[in-house]
Design a protein around this ligand. Sequence first.
Ligand code: SF4
Length: 350
Amino acid sequence: MSITMSTRWAHDLQIPGIVAPMVEEEVLSTEETGRLKQEIRQLLREHNAVLIAHYYTAGDIQDLAEETGGCVSDSLEMARFGHQHSAQTLVVAGVRFMGETAKILNPEKRVLMPSSDAECSLDLACPAQAFTDFCDAYPDREVVVYSNTSAAVKARADWVVTSGIAVRLVQHLRAQGKKLLWAPDRHLGHYVQQTSGADMLIWPGSCVVHETFRAQALVQMKLAYPGAAVLVHPESPAAVIELADVVGSTTQLLRAVQQLPNSQFIIATDNGIFHKMRQMAPDKQLFEAPTAGVGATCRSCAHCPWMAMNGLRNLAQALREGDHEIKIDAEIGLRARHSIQRMLDFAATL
Ligand code: SF4
């Protein structure tokens, strides 16, 4: 990063303390896995439904999504895919804001999720009323929010961004002389600010997964694997980002594993991504970047507890019973759609 200027944090905000839930991963026998997959294939056909899964969900769900004509991707591509697909029902395996984004872009479609408890620490750390008060206190700032936010927060924003286009969009706004208010991820906000040089006031939220990567332990790991390239998602702390060979969104990190000549990679993002990375680059050796880990306070240990709430059982149940349907207030949906559509339009120009 060549540009440096001091980062402005919104220190005076009272944001909720977020505790990641303890979640048991779904463990199924081979027979039950096969039976549930077969049932889900059939239910998708019967309900004119398509399965849209995030890279951080379980490998079985990712495989099923691709096999049945759905998609596995990051949140930007999930939004695009759901918007363009003709299915009447979108089944979103991910966390709540992803289901909400699908509904906002497709109000006429039914959007189901395997679990209504699948949250995101960034979304939870940015309650709509506190965020609105914050924005109202800085009327001279353009409001840019990360996609990991509620529909109501998106509705208050001027722009929504994903990690894949955050730097480009902020550079674009800076070139127009705009001062910005950024929410909710402080690490991504700091990285974008340092990279773009924009004037940004940053909300202090964080991701329970990426925040646990540790720079000191990563330095030791780099010594043990000197030929390994270090790939880091920008929701990680600045000290970890500084050690990276590549900083990028999940899609950009996947591309790096395929395209870089290294045979070994140390990866600082949710380990759900390893499933797709192994499919795309089967000859490469992949290592998880170190977290606080065993014996410390790390509850996520490189895997999102909310993403882990998506399983084949509750996916089948959602399709069978119409469970966990996403509903959005029409007016909020309309305003949120405007900010999301601006992101999609901007992304299409890149
Ligand atoms: S990995 Fe982090 S940013 Fe992604 S859904 Fe989980 S808590 Fe949110």
